[in-house]
Design a protein around this ligand. Sequence first.
Ligand SMILES: Cc1ncc(COP(=O)(O)O)c(C=O)c1O
Length: 474
Amino acid sequence: MRSSLSSGGTDLHLELPATGSRRAALAGALRDAVRDGRLAPGTRLPPYRALAADLGVARNTVADAYAELVAEGWLTARQGSGTRVADRVVPGRPAARRATAARQAPAAAVVHNLRQGQPDATAFPRTAWVGAVRRALSAAPNDAFGPGDPRGRLELRQALADYLARVRGVRTTPANIVVCSGFAHGLRLLFGGRVLRGPLAVESYGLAFHRALLASAGVRTLPIGLDANGSRTTELPARGGPSAVLLTPAHQFPTGGPLHAERRAGVVDWARGRAGLVLEDDYDGEFRYDREPVGAVQGLDPSHVVYFGSASKSLSPAVRLGWMVLPDHLVDEVLRAKGEREAWAGVTDQLTLAEFITSGGYDKHIRRRRQIYRARRNRLVEALAAHAPHITVTGIAAGLHAVLRLPPGTEAATVEAAARAGIALDGLAAFRHPDATEATPHADGLVVGYAAPTDNGYPRALDALLRVLPAKGA
Ligand SMILES: Cc1ncc(COP(=O)(O)O)c(C=O)c1O
């Protein structure tokens, strides 16, 4: 099967084998064409329908192949400008252009995205979401399209109160929930909006982006140590110092363990004892694989915990919807920080998520993704056992990433080797608080996100990863 693409002056001859998966063959042919420079950066690809007709394949086959290459970083898709070849270093293209590109970006193009934190972008439940949009908008009263209530739509807050009680053990009512555009926005409201002030105790490993956000709000962050039982909440001072602590209790980010039951209870006692607060970032609590989910700390004492949830891992980080479950005494203050009208979360998305949750679509999507991510995690663990048994893997009971423990002193070189091989991932050092002390021994490791690649791309990403891991005794 052949086709010639004619786009922006570029003619391209594509030839697909007569047998096997059409989608895989088309994705492979396009990947090769980008890799060897026949499709130049910026080139616009034909619409699905046109290429499908040319090749004699279904429209969805082309759509899926494009989506796979978008997720892998070969193509970009923008509303209004169609699907184009990504603007990046393309190995194998003519020497003069390669030299300029090499000066700008010494690492190879990202071929395998193993960054933590990103769910598979091709798995967004488009059809079910469209159905939920239609139902939600048909049922919405006219006042939904007037200026928005800064708490968020009641339909969504009610759906979240029920869902979080059922799935995460959160105890709340819609009156204590404030919708926001994600965890980062919630942090901005609390600290940028001066609802809370620093210093803030934080885990010794976390996202540098969140620390930077706090720093820009003038908040000093003080790291507490980490051991086999999770963050050492026992180090928190009974008097003086920080009166709030930010934790990821269900799945320490990114090292992966849950906070030990005694520490969960202990940190709530600590907050009670000094009129303090636990800020609970429950970023991937639904993705737990081997045992019952670890419930939210919030359920132990709703008046001393601020609970944050987000659709970023469960659906997509592009949806930009999150929620804060607040103790009574903080609700008005957070609303003051948010302003008189909703300026962040669009009403269509809020109503759609409410409908998606109450109709069971959200549970179904999460159940399905959980199965797929569990299988990917198992595949990672099995591949390491078979090909790199000297590398242990931790933090695998939950979430969308695992930590590969590396021989001492090999982390930086391994991250560099991965970048040269086109693998995007981070070492543990990227997450370590700059003031972390010896109580948190620095260990070499790779944080491997197994959710971001497509189903087809994942085995190749894993093979590429195995090739850059340090040898035994390195
Ligand atoms: C540790 C952690 N917390 C929270 C979030 C969610 O952030 P947001 O809701 O701002 O996308 C993420 C990323 O998805 C994360 O990695």
